[in-house]
Design a protein around this ligand. Structure first.
Ligand SMILES: *[C@@H]1O[C@H](CO)[C@@H](O)[C@H](O)[C@H]1NC(C)=O
Ligand SMILES: *[C@@H]1O[C@H](CO)[C@@H](O)[C@H](O)[C@H]1NC(C)=O
Length: 737
């Protein structure tokens, strides 16, 4: 037993095959240098046409190289973690820390209450002492429909939790469980309970969905819980008092499930909203929860979750606790980030939503460079860290083990409800202005998560990335093109805002975090400017082709080799990486298309929006991504057909570029016809440009389909088609004359 104490609770492994990657990176770099030598030594002279096009292309390539360099830094030394939960139980089963789980929802129409409570039930059912689990729902929609679903969930949990624990079922979101589980055989001990629980789950789901559809709470339901009376005072979702209801008070000896076992605390919170106060979106909601929970349960570890991300593994909490309780290094850990994974992705993932490469290759690289960034969901935070504490070696080492001094008020739930309400009021943060700044999640940034994570790193904490084989949390991906583009626009805009602010990692993190971590952050913070380099690269060479300006070496020249080498190896590596992390070849091709679309639309618009906000033209708005789609749209998603059926300037850009490249290719084809004999083919200076243009046409095939062939509602709207035709023709005309 004594010896046992020296075994760590987790181990860290380096990735294998680092050397081949380093060799690959170095050789690619040599290739890139050759390209630059070619660009510099062959600049067209002042008189020649295309001097500026050439210089522009050179600048784009310089940018790509710089960005590629960052991606290499990130991938240089990825590490992977592995936990020992058995050792944890052996040593600390009696001393496990309390966990406060925050689930955030914002709108009952976009995030249906039936989905929200599945997430809530899945985390209530964690394999962890229930007295130490506290689940908080923050409802920024301030909706009685969500509250009603929570009331239903609190009573369903009384049969669901014992069922989960008795039969050790997984996953513990009832919806996911009943969707995937095979019904047990008649004579199985489980059979009877199984069908009765399934029936009551379905009954509950039906009641919730009917009420949600109806849009209001019937009189009969109102009588079920005193909490509904609060809505008598609610003027609108943007104008209401704090609503705080403890649906289950875990400290109450009467709060037990049907087997007499204690239940986790369950709290519903809709913080106060008034039109004259800015509510700071999700960061504001989380900060209100941090304060309210400090009075109710004050768990030293906080799990932040989005409402669509249910727990797929009932032991994730124990995994996270292993990192915190490790005797050697546990005291340094500020947060433990789990990957963002999705269920219900289609086979070839037409919108490249899977994030597999980011979660499989890039974030482990962050971990190797000093710690993953905080990605907003699926993350276990140390409460003190989140509340602004700086890391200091001795203090943290001493404090963490003697956690028993946590004091909370021991009062009845209705007293707690009353005394805690003020913590979620609009005016609270006027008095304590450090909130949103030094304390809690930071305000004023569309990606408050990345910024807050960076601030935690800069206060000296480490973070840990834990990516087990079986995913800890599963969420819903965007299911239309526009959702995906809008989401990326918000990310790229927010990320760039951080880069351009005083929080730029090179300034804010100077001497506080390692240089390689500062650089790693830039892989996301510099998304937006990528848009311009890409836009240039997909438009200008094609237009120059039309005009007859050559920008690449002749196919017979030796300068072709570095181009070919860099392009082929770089893409081959990307394909290999994609497949390694569970993708398909077709999926990779789709990913390349989305890579292009995001850069030429989301990133550009993200950048422009940033500029507009800077000069004060537009205000921030946080667009919640739709989590449900109508049947039509779902069907096309299942068939992996791209969904354009909406009028958006982003689609105009995409369609314009697709058409432009098609026109330029037709123009370029004239040359191909001359190329019929080998002699001209070899001396032809346009071959590479034609290939680039053809590749762009090929990758845009679904766009042409949506423009010309498809008849369903997902096709390109006529107005977008007209506009993009106009722009494309205009651009070609300008290039030619
Ligand atoms: C997942 O997909 C299945 C079938 O493809 C569908 O029935 C189900 O509603 C989807 N789940 C969610 C949460 O969208
Ligand atoms: C989710 O959990 C189930 C077991 O309950 C497992 O079979 C499945 O692979 C998990 N999903 C993912 C994506 O890891």
């Amino acid at each position: 037993m004594e010896k046992n104490h020296h075994l760590p609770l987790y181990v860290t492994k380096s990735a294998k095959a680092r050397i081949p990657f380093h060799l690959f990176a170095v050789s690619l770099f040599v290739g890139v240098c050759f390209i630059f030598v070619y660009r510099v030594s062959n600049i067209p002279s002042e008189e020649e046409a295309g001097r500026w096009a050439w210089i522009g292309l050179f600048l784009s390539e310089l940018w790509f190289c710089l960005y590629w360099f960052i991606t290499v830094i990130v991938r240089w030394n990825p590490i992977y973690r592995c936990t020992f939960k058995d050792r944890l139980s052996l040593r600390y089963e009696e001393a496990l820390p309390g966990i406060d789980i925050f689930v955030c929802t914002a709108d009952p129409m976009i995030e249906p209450p039936a989905m929200v409570i599945n997430t809530v039930l899945s985390v209530m059912a964690y394999d962890y002492p229930p007295q130490k689990l506290n689940v908080y729902l923050s409802d920024d929609g301030g909706s009685d429909l969500t509250f009603y679903a929570m009331v239903e969930a609190s009573s369903f949990s009384k049969i669901w939790l014992p069922f989960c624990k008795k039969f050790k079922i997984e996953p513990r979101s009832p919806e996911a469980y009943f969707r995937t589980a095979v019904e047990p055989l008649e004579d199985n001990v489980m059979a009877k309970e199984w069908s009765s629980i399934k029936k009551s789950y379905e009954g509950m789901k039906k009641r919730i969905e009917t009420t949600t559809k109806l849009g209001r709470i019937s009189e009969e339901i109102r009588k079920q819980h005193k909490g509904f009376r609060e809505w008598n005072l609610v003027a609108s979702r943007r104008d209401h008092q704090t609503i705080l209801q403890m649906l289950i008070d875990g400290k109450d000896p009467k709060a037990v499930d049907i087997e007499g076992q204690p239940l986790p605390t369950l709290v519903y919170l809709a913080r106060e909203k008034r039109p004259q106060y800015h509510h700071n979106f999700k960061a504001g909601a989380v900060n209100a929860l941090i304060r309210v929970s400090s009075r109710i349960s004050n768990g030293p570890i906080i799990l932040i979750l989005d409402c669509d991300m249910y727990s797929n593994n009932s032991e994730s909490v124990r995994d996270a606790v292993c990192f915190y309780m490790d005797e050697e290094k546990g005291h340094e850990v500020g947060f433990v980030q789990f990957p963002q994974s999705f269920e219900n992705l289609t086979k070839n993932d037409v919108y490249a939503s899977s994030l597999n490469v980011i979660m499989g290759a890039e974030i482990p690289g962050f971990d190797g460079n000093g710690g993953p960034c905080f990605i907003g969901t699926g993350c276990f935070h140390r409460r003190n860290t989140l509340c602004g504490q700086k890391y200091s070696d001795q203090e943290c080492k001493a404090n963490w083990k003697g956690r028993d001094d946590i004091k909370i008020e021991e009062s009845a739930s209705h007293v707690l409800e009353d005394t805690s309400k003020v913590l979620a009021s609009c005016t609270y943060e006027e008095k304590y202005t450090q909130w949103g700044n030094e304390v809690g999640l930071k305000y004023g940034c569309p990606v408050e998560d990345v910024l807050s994570g960076l601030a935690i790193h800069c206060r000296g904490w480490r973070s840990i990335y834990f990516n087990p084989e079986r995913k800890g949390f599963l969420g819903l991906p965007p299911t239309t093109l526009l959702q995906s583009l809008v989401q990326h626009k918000r990310w790229s805009e927010g990320d760039f805002q951080i880069f351009a602010s005083r929080y730029c990692p090179f300034v804010y993190g100077y001497k506080k975090i390692p240089l390689k971590l500062q650089l790693s952050y830039c892989i996301y913070l510099l998304w937006a400017p990528n848009g311009f380099a890409t836009l240039y690269y997909v438009a200008v060479p094609s237009l120059c082709l039309l005009r007859g300006i050559s920008l690449f070496p002749k196919i017979s020249s030796a300068w072709v080799l570095p181009f070919a080498f860099v392009i082929i190896f770089h893409r081959a590596y990307s394909l290999g990486e994609f497949i390694w992390f569970g993708g398909t070849v077709q999926g990779w091709w789709n990913d390349q298309r989305m890579w292009l679309f995001r850069r030429i639309s989301s990133f550009i618009f993200g950048f422009l929006d940033y500029i507009l906000k800077l000069v004060g033209f537009s205000k921030s708005a946080f667009v919640v991504t739709q989590k449900v789609a109508d049947d039509d749209v779902s069907e096309r998603y299942e068939q992996e057909l791209m969904e354009f059926g909406a009028s958006s300037p982003m689609f105009t850009i995409i369609a314009t570029l697709a058409l432009l490249n098609a026109f330029c290719l037709v123009g370029g084809m004239k040359r191909v016809i001359y190329m019929m004999d080998v002699q001209t083919l070899v001396s032809e200076p346009f071959t590479l440009q034609i290939l680039l243009c053809a590749l762009l046409v090929l990758i845009n095939l679904p766009v042409y389909q949506c423009l010309f062939l498809r008849k369903d509602k997902g096709r390109m709207p006529t107005s977008v088609t007209q506009r993009s035709f106009m722009f494309a023709i205009l651009a070609c005309a300008l290039a030619m004359y």
